[in-house]
Design a protein around this ligand. Structure first.
Ligand SMILES: Cc1ncc(COP(=O)(O)O)c(C=O)c1O
Length: 404
């Protein structure tokens, strides 16, 4: 028989502290992994058996191997200390949307699905894309997996349109131009699309001309790869980076890079959806029925969840929290000279007005006092970090109130 005598327990057990900071620190340290994988390629082969098990294994034993062999071989893209390639964004809304997609496990046969059309138009509206890219206008968009896939589909549509006009023999003469700043996947996509490697050109660009190309002078299919930066276009102050988009034939942007969505998610809009559909459609007998034609592709659920859960205002703040400030001159000694600069096209006087407004708001909190520099005898990193946080919070609050 057990006993209810609490005095007995008190003698046996050490003092119970559910949130012991020292114990937490020790345990948390044991959970940390290097951000960059520390193993050599091929290491996993030496750790795992050569064949799949014949009999089922327990969940615990699988998880043990995940912990001991898989995780150490990973590079942790979600670590706050990961500063490589591009940010792999994440959010609880996207996670839930993903879970829901997995639960339904729906096979979306028809890619022109209703929710997808709505989501693509929502995002197009946020970015203020011309109606020529929207289903509510004369164009439309489709969700792809990656930018590589979007570029490949675009190339195939552009290629087939030309083949239709000129004939198949001309494929040997098709030339693809990209700026010399273009991501390397473009060369790969050209090769997959059957473009001869000698016909893939990298056009030199320079900082003096802002790395610009002028494709609209020629009768060519003009695609804009806005994989990372495109998401910023939903903030009016960054819309300038999409100026001229009405001259493009297609545009792609990856919400998994800067729009709080999970990998893989790439949005692609085209001015002439029929050209894309014609190039990529198949029409097998088993899909020629009403159900398949209107079935929904659940991939779009993920993006729909993100947009609905956060709203445009929060999605804008997410972008703004990263890129609203300029270092006006290089730092010298402890003098840091920066300014709030949401739109590079503002008159200098207006930028000064914005900065004064921001400075007054920050100082009116009473938490800090700033004039034109940072630093006092007892200032430590933590003070600078909390000051910066306050500046960013105040900026976002002012932007939300449309003070600017
Ligand atoms: C501008 C740009 N284009 C294309 C890519 C390749 O994207 P994905 O891996 O989705 O094919 C990237 C990835 O970093 C990118 O930044």
């Amino acid at each position: 028989m057990g006993t209810l005598n609490s005095n007995n327990n008190a003698q046996i057990l050490p003092k119970f502290n559910p949130l012991d900071p020292e114990q937490f620190r020790n345990q948390a340290h044991q959970m940390t992994y290097p951000v960059l994988s520390q193993v050599e390629p091929g290491y996993l082969r030496t750790q795992l058996p050569q064949n799949a098990p014949n009999r089922p294994e327990s969940f615990e034993s699988i998880m043990k191997d995940v912990q001991n062999h898989i995780v150490p071989g990973m590079t942790h893209w979600l670590s706050p200390n990961f500063f490589a390639f591009f940010p792999a964004t994440v959010s609880s809304a996207a996670f839930l949307g993903e879970m829901l997609c997995n639960c339904f496990n729906s096979v979306g046969f028809n890619w022109l699905a209703e929710l997808e059309m709505i989501v693509m138009d929502w995002l197009a509206n946020m970015l203020k894309l011309p109606k020529t890219f929207m289903f509510s206008g004369t164009g439309g968009g489709v969700l792809q997996i990656t930018t590589s896939e979007a570029i490949l589909c675009t190339l195939i549509a552009a290629r087939d349109r030309k083949i239709e006009n000129l004939g198949l023999d001309y494929i040997r003469k098709f030339v693809i131009y990209g700026s010399d700043q273009t991501h390397s996947m473009y060369t790969k996509a050209c090769k997959v699309a059957g473009i001869f490697p000698c016909n893939i050109r990298a056009v030199p660009t320079s900082i003096e001309s802002d790395f610009a190309l002028s494709p609209a002078e020629f009768d060519i299919w003009f695609h804009v790869d806005a994989a990372y930066g495109g998401s910023a276009g939903k903030c009016p102050e960054f819309r300038q980076y999409l100026y001229g988009i009405e001259r493009a034939n297609s545009l792609s942007l990856s919400p998994h890079k800067w729009l709080l969505s999970y990998l893989d998610c790439c949005c692609m809009w085209v001015r002439e959806p029929n050209v894309l559909v014609k190039a990529l459609s198949t029409n097998p007998e088993y899909l020629r029925n009403k159900r398949s034609e209107y079935d929904s592709v659940f991939k779009s659920l993920r993006l729909w969840f993100v947009m609905r859960s956060y709203g445009v205002a929060n999605l804008q703040s997410h972008i703004r929290s990263d890129v609203l400030f300029d270092a006006v001159v290089p730092r010298c000694f402890s003098l840091v000279c920066f300014r709030f600069s949401p739109n590079k096209e503002h008159e200098l006087g207006y930028t000064e007005f914005l900065n004064k407004k921001l400075l007054d708001s920050v100082n009116s909190t009473g938490r800090i006092y700033m004039t034109h520099n940072i630093g006092a005898t007892f200032t430590e990193d933590r003070h600078v970090i909390s000051t910066w946080k306050l500046i960013k919070e105040t900026t976002n609050a002012l932007l939300r109130e449309s003070v600017f």
